[in-house]
Write a protein that binds this ligand. Structure first.
Ligand code: SF4
Length: 437
């Protein structure tokens, strides 16, 4: 049986696309392999959200391409870099056989077949009417307690720092029936926690009059028997309305954790980022969500050193960390991306060392805030879904709470898949330690 090796860089959308490719090639007789030297086809699912992931592709191809010597091996580059660079990748890597963007994932079996005899290039964005969401379930999700379900592709926002609209195209919302079908199929395979996935899930269905909204989708998926935890990512603060807030009041299996990217705490910077909300509006949304779900835990994304960011602007970001009490965050120093509108703002570029120093200051305080919040949980009893043995400690198992806390406690792997009560004995910056009650 032909074997496929898929290397995935970047976000959960890429992980999900790689899973779809594994499932679709599986239907064509392929088996997935983790051994590069055993593969007949190697697919590299790339990310271009920052420079570093691009460098990773270059070094990984350095390992793969020599493997073509003396044997037939098809090598393909997928994902956001393939979408942005397309044909140019063939000039850089003449030995590559296949270059395709995210909109072509559903055609993977045909493209791999065609690449045996000629180079394949497919970076066309499909019209919404022609776009196909694959409902095939990743064979590697078998036995997993948690799974992602794509509800949307692309993004219609134009945040000036972001390359996603150029790499993933316009927003298309997946028909609700298809989403439900995949959720039911996953539950039938033992999945108990479902995360709805999209670049900006809150705008689900907004483009098509009469289409179910995101709040409608949450309410319907929440009722699927077997879904014990319902999560979603990624949100845009501007699109969180009262209907979504009400879901936190009404839907007990909707997780008490929300990843709500803010990017900056300064209104001036948010304007230049074209985020279309103010820090005041962001905090209003947070207050409404917390009124509906008092134990709601927030995490976020932050960029430091965006062009024109002053010390005073950055102080606003540090202040927002205190006001919103984020318990974790993905934070980066601004990184100019090709083709993004923010490139026109580089006359006001912030020196790299200043952006880096601000990043380190933000991350240091973020760790302190997380530790303070986790220490406040000492003595409380948390409901934990046990996911597996600890990666580090013998005789210790690990699980997660609805608030997205990782909890380690002494226990036997036989309790994997169970909900257990754990009394917290110690808080760390990223995890909790406890004992089973
Ligand atoms: S909402 Fe903004 S940051 Fe998020 S994917 Fe869309 S353009 Fe990028």
């Amino acid at each position: 049986m032909p074997r496929v090796y898929i290397k995935t860089f970047g976000c959960q959308m890429n992980e999900d696309d790689s899973g779809k490719m594994r499932a679709l090639l599986g239907k064509d007789g392929f088996v997935a392999t983790e051994e590069l030297q055993d593969a007949d086809v190697v697919l590299i699912n790339t990310c271009s959200v920052r420079e570093k992931p691009e460098q990773k592709l270059h070094s990984f191809l350095g390992r793969v391409l020599p493997q073509k010597r003396g044997r037939s091996l098809t090598v393909g580059i997928a994902g956001c870099m393939a979408q942005v660079e397309g044909e140019a990748l063939y000039k850089k890597y003449p030995k590559v056989d296949l270059v395709f963007g995210p909109d072509a994932v559903h055609r993977i079996a045909d493209m791999v077949e065609a690449a045996k005899t000629r180079r394949v290039l497919d970076t066309e964005f499909l019209d919404a009417a022609d776009y196909t969401f694959s409902s095939d379930v990743d064979p590697e999700s078998a036995g997993q307690l948690a799974a992602f379900v794509t509800i949307q592709k692309g993004c219609d926002n134009k945040c000036t720092f972001c390359i996603v609209p150029a790499t993933r195209g316009d927003e298309v919302s997946r028909p609700l029936g298809e989403v439900l079908g995949e959720v039911r199929a996953l539950v039938a395979r033992g999945v108990r926690e479902v995360t709805l996935l999209g670049q900006n899930v809150n705008s689900y269905g907004l483009k098509s009059p009469g289409h179910p909204t995101f709040a409608d989708l949450l309410r319907v998926v929440h009722e699927v028997p077997g879904v014990e935890v319902l999560r979603y990512t990624t949100s845009h603060p501007r699109d969180i309305g009262d209907d979504v807030v009400a879901c936190y009041r009404d839907l007990p299996r909707l997780a008490s954790h929300l990843h709500l990217p803010v990017q900056s705490g300064s209104n001036a910077v948010l304007r230049r980022m074209k985020r279309f909300y103010t820090r005041e509006r962001y905090l209003e949304v947070v207050a409404a969500l917390r009124a509906a779900r008092p134990d709601l835990v927030l995490t976020t994304d932050v960029i430091t050193g965006f062009p024109g960011e002053t010390d005073a602007d950055f102080d606003q970001t540090m202040l927002l960390l205190e006001e919103a009490r984020f318990q974790a965050s993905f934070s980066f120093a601004y990184n100019p991306r090709p083709g993004t509108p923010a490139l026109r703002l580089l006359d006001d570029a912030v020196p790299a060392e200043v952006a880096q120093a601000r990043l380190e200051r933000f991350q240091a305080r973020q760790r302190e805030v997380a530790l303070e919040e986790h220490t406040r949980l000492v003595g409380t009893v948390q409901r934990v879904l046990v996911e597996g043995p600890s990666a580090h400690d013998e005789g210790v198992v690990c699980g997660r709470t609805s608030t997205f806390k990782t909890v380690n406690f002494p226990g036997d792997p036989s309790c994997v898949g169970e909900w257990v009560q754990v009394r917290v004995t110690r808080g760390f910056a990223n995890t909790l330690r406890g004992e089973r009650v």
